[in-house]
Design a protein around this ligand. Structure first.
Ligand code: 5GP
Length: 193
């Protein structure tokens, strides 16, 4: 998606050869107009997949996921990183290793907001080693629902997330695929340029 790639080039900053910082429009400050365009692009890609719910992981997935859900005219559900007392009752939970923090966290989904008939689109901001998306997919499968697809804004194609997800049988669409990061270097996958 050219709009997102241009924005990554103009405002993104490679913190190392593996971490990209995009706090100005996605992870800290959010550009709502850009997120709406991101949502429309996911809609165009996934509109014929029979999606009934969009799931995302708090907090950076929420903005793009809500516009995607709006375009698809389906509900958006947030997978919670903290178990709250209000969330007791029937919940699905799984453990995820955080790529950026190097720690683990519990991801929680209430059974009220998913059912066996659902065809789910998982949206997340980044794809690195695929831990977050795989964990989200595990929750969907625990609920007996189907994963219709996984939509990612920024895929770091030099890490193994896509391979892991595709080997598990999931269909992945990434709007921007990064081939290489380095000091002052952000390179996209050749065929996307
Ligand atoms: P994975 O689970 O695929 O290893 O990592 C994906 C998650 O880690 C995303 O939800 C995102 O929050 C975070 N993440 C991974 N790589 C980056 C990165 O380069 N920059 C930022 N800002 N977040 C990242």
């Amino acid at each position: 998606m050219k709009l997102l790639m241009d924005r990554i080039l103009s405002e993104g900053r490679a913190l190392s050869d593996s971490v990209l910082k995009v706090d100005g429009f996605l992870n800290h400050q959010v550009d709502a107009d850009l997120m709406q365009e991101v949502g429309k692009d996911f809609y165009e890609y996934f509109k014929d997949y029979g999606i009934t719910r969009v799931l995302t992981i708090e907090s950076s997935g929420i903005a793009p996921a809500v516009y995607t859900a709006q375009a698809l005219k389906v509900p958006m559900v947030i997978l919670k990183k903290q178990t709250s007392k209000i969330l007791n009752g029937d919940v699905y939970q799984t453990n995820i290793k955080s790529f950026t923090k190097g720690t683990s966290y519990e991801l929680t989904l209430s059974s009220n907001y998913i059912n066996k008939e659902d065809r789910v689109l998982i949206i997340d901001d980044f794809l690195a080693n695929g831990e977050a998306a795989t964990g989200a997919a595990r929750l969907v499968e625990m609920a007996g629902a189907t994963i219709a697809g996984i939509g990612i804004l920024i895929e770091k194609s030099f890490q193994n997330g896509r391979t892991k997800l595709e080997n598990a049988g999931y269909h992945v669409y990434s709007q921007a695929r990064i081939a290489r990061l380095g000091e002052g270097i952000i390179e996209f996958v050749e065929e996307d340029k």
